[in-house]
Design a protein around this ligand. Structure first.
Ligand SMILES: Cc1cc2nc3c(=O)[nH]c(=O)nc-3n(C[C@H](O)[C@H](O)[C@H](O)COP(=O)(O)OP(=O)(O)OC[C@H]3O[C@@H](n4cnc5c(N)ncnc54)[C@H](O)[C@@H]3O)c2cc1C
Length: 410
């Protein structure tokens, strides 16, 4: 009898874990379960549409299903369609790798005013997530709060000219939104000094290649370590770059204090400067890119406590560690977790055969791996010279594509 393992969440951490488990023990039954009808989590719905190189990791993940025998059960919301208890009785081991999808709020006065938008909400909408809301009107002068790579992704996409998006998988609606945004000036503001920002210097340097923007960097300061110096060098390389009418301005060492509004619209962000002065940085909208937390559909604290106990419940990826780390970071993490799970299973007999994936049988439209491939083929068939795929963004349309065999031309 083989051990059956349910991994909830088919993002990078779930996929890397399945890969490591099956590499060590090919006889395991590993099922990846996702609320979405498609696998790969933030690789599909977070990584920017113009960074197809980063999205190419999905080719590696595909091998888990195609060669290593993992199964995909998409369109299954754990906590709603099946309970945690049901999963626990259907599998020998349950791993939660469900990520952290809610945007962290600023935690200052007026931080939920209309015109304050989370970066995750925007990146999901730009990536055609089926549950994303409409793309917001950011006005002519959006201000992005945050000093990490997600902030850079947004500023880069907002700053790109239509031609610079060739080869991406940005959808038609999203392309139109960017082209018609009316944006004139973008401010990127952070509370830490430049040398302590979390930007990847390579991502900063990429901004220097944008043809349609002029970039300035205020009060970058000095660095006292190698990473900080690399960052300052990257910022210095883009500072003053370009003569375009649209501008990007980086502002450091400003602590947000309150969102200023007038007539229900955002007019600025009140901040404290490093000198202790209070100033208002004017803007037409605020995009918060300061991290993520759980959306609360699963009791994270309870699950993490269980994962620390002797129960056959584990947690992986961002859900376990918090919203830190890149896609490859999840790989190293998954290898350690796989070793822990295998050590815990060592010598434990699988007991009576567990139902495993039969739990998901029934009236629900569950999407399996071949179903995902049908969605993908339809998306790729829509590609043209400007776009590498045309994503299906509507859940019902995804399920229709997944569940209906393509017509073959004779
Ligand atoms: C906007 C953005 C851009 C990024 N860009 C990059 C980049 O360019 N390069 C890079 O290396 N890293 C990037 N990262 C970081 C990278 O995406 C993360 O390191 C990685 O996705 C974390 O993997 P995860 O599997 O823990 O979570 P996720 O990728 O979030 O996967 C979680 C999965 O769980 C599913 N799920 C959630 N709740 C349930 C439920 N109740 N039932 C069933 N399924 C559920 C979700 O649908 C999702 O598929 C980016 C992150 C963000 C937010």
């Amino acid at each position: 009898m083989t051990h059956k393992i349910a991994i909830v969440g088919a993002g990078p951490s779930g996929c890397y874990l399945a890969q490591a488990l099956l590499k060590a023990r090919a006889d395991l039954g590993v099922d990846l379960i996702d609320v979405l009808p498609v696998p790969y989590g933030l690789v599909r719905y977070g990584v920017a549409a113009d960074h197809q190189g980063s999205k190419a990791v999905t080719r590696q993940f595909a091998r888990i299903f195609e060669r290593q025998g993992a199964r995909f059960f998409g369109n299954v919301h754990v906590g709603r369609d099946v309970t945690r208890d049901e999963l626990r009785s259907a599998y020998d081991v349950v791993v939660f790798a469900t990520g952290l999808a809610a945007d962290r709020r600023l935690g200052i006065a007026n931080d939920a005013a209309p015109g304050v938008v989370g970066a995750g909400a925007i990146t999901r909408a730009l990536n055609g997530h089926p549950d994303a809301g409409p793309l917001p009107d950011l006005g002519a002068r959006p201000l992005i709060v945050g000093n990490g790579n997600v902030a850079v992704d947004i500023v880069r996409l907002l700053g790109k000219l239509p031609d610079e998006l060739t080869g991406s998988d940005l959808g038609p609606e999203q392309t139109r939104w960017l082209a018609e945004s009316g944006i004139e000036a973008i401010t990127v503001l952070g509370r830490s000094p430049a040398a302590q920002a979390k930007f990847d210097p390579v991502m900063i340097k990429e901004l220097g290649k944008l043809a349609g923007v002029a970039i300035t960097v205020d009060n970058a300061g000095t660095a006292d370590d190698e990473h900080g110096q690399k960052l300052l060098d990257a910022l210095a390389a883009i500072d003053g770059d370009g003569t375009a009418a649209r501008t990007i301005r980086f502002v450091f060492s400003h602590v947000p204090l309150a969102v200023e509004t007038q007539g229900g619209r955002v007019t600025g962000l009140r901040c404290r400067t490093v000198q202790g002065d209070e100033i208002v940085v004017g803007c037409t909208s605020i995009v918060t890119a300061i991290g993520f937390e759980d959306i609360g559909d699963l009791p994270r604290a309870d699950i993490l406590a269980q994962a620390d106990s002797a129960a056959p419940v584990y947690a992986a990826g961002w859900f376990r560690r918090g919203p830190r780390g890149t896609i490859p970071d999840n790989r190293a993490d998954a290898q350690v977790l796989a070793a822990d799970i295998l050590a815990d299973l060592d010598g434990v007999s699988a007991g009576p055969e567990r139902p495993g994936g039969t739990l998901f049988e029934g009236p629900r439209d569950v999407v399996d791996y071949p179903g995902w491939l049908r969605i993908e083929r339809r998306e790729l068939a829509g590609a043209d010279a400007a776009r590498c795929r045309v994503k299906i963004c509507d859940r019902a349309a995804m399920i229709e594509a997944a569940c209906h065999a393509e017509e073959t031309s004779s």
